[in-house]
Design a protein around this ligand. Sequence first.
Ligand code: HMG
Ligand code: MG
Length: 327
Amino acid sequence: QARSHRFFPQFPIQGFLSIQIIQHRSIPMSLPSHVRLVEVGPRDGLQNEAQPISVADKVRLVDALTAAGVSYIEVGSFVSPKWVPQMAGSAEVFAQIQRKPGVTYAALAPNLRGFEDAVAAGVKEVAVFAAASEAFSQRNINCSISESLARFVPIMEAAKQHGVSVRGYVSCVLGCPYEGNVAPEQVALVARELYAMGCYEVSLGDTIGTGTAGATRKLIEVVAADVPREKLAGHFHDTYGQAMANIYASLLEGVSVFDSSIAGLGGCPYAKGASGNVATEDVVYLLNGLGIDSGIDLEALIVAGQHISTVLGRASGSRVARARSAQ
Ligand code: HMG
Ligand code: MG
């Protein structure tokens, strides 16, 4: 028997069809015409490398990314060198890169000390990082979630004084290496705090890459009740090969900023077994295929990825780059 649909009462529809529409009521977002990619390879990518990588090689990588048209590059971290030795030379890297106007060169800062070191190195944008899981927060930054949020308050105040923008991360949004499942509501709580304290954007980190497209859509729906979708970014590690699907799911949910890593570099030193972020080359290939502009030249990006892969002495983690080199 025909009846009116709950959301579209002007359309009388049959029972089966109405159930389909109700289940997929979050779909109608159209895809964006432009996506901003946040290149995290020099930071999230290289932070996990045990072998020494020279400042010159890091600078060459950042400059190659700039030349490829990347508009946002996370260059390094101002964290304790005892915790993440590979990021110890970040100030030198910042001193030597060729900055192009309009490009953001950002750094991680876990506390006021890190923020001050970043500003002294000429950094104009920092990222603070919290977690949705207590155990990960303790392992990664040696404090509870609420202690970390309290630590960020003076950073926000100092950032305002220095005209520095602050981006926020939430880790373990789709699973924790120590606690397992993480409720989307818990992620929303942390994301809301970061947004409320002045982070202009909150990047949702699937640190261990266990998330699926369905879980990603659910996560964004829940978090978007507290932080607008246009203020959210997706940060997908590709450990389970789900990152591309999760990006597409996020696009359908109205998210248009994604973090990615050249050549798929990386992992987090405090998330054992976590692999690199989704490869930037692969995301640009996906976006090109969807007719979505990212401002990035795929060919130049592939060259940048091949160069750093040679420095590291291994094959690129980008499927696109590997396919191209096999041709
Ligand atoms: P702590 O040991 O609790 O800190 O570490 P503390 O305040 O007791 O200080 C201990 C020592 O560190 C002291 O030196 C401080 O001076 C020094 P000592 O007296 O022993 O010689 N120190 C610093 N040195 C340099 N820069 C600083 C700094 N702060 C203190 N900023 C701390 C706490 C937060 C410092 C430490 O846990 C840390 O550095 N953690 C960083 C961990 C990290 O970088 N993880 C990777 C990035 S997060 C990530 O990858 C996830 C993400 O990609 C999203 C996702 O995928 O989910 C963002
Ligand atoms: Mg990460």
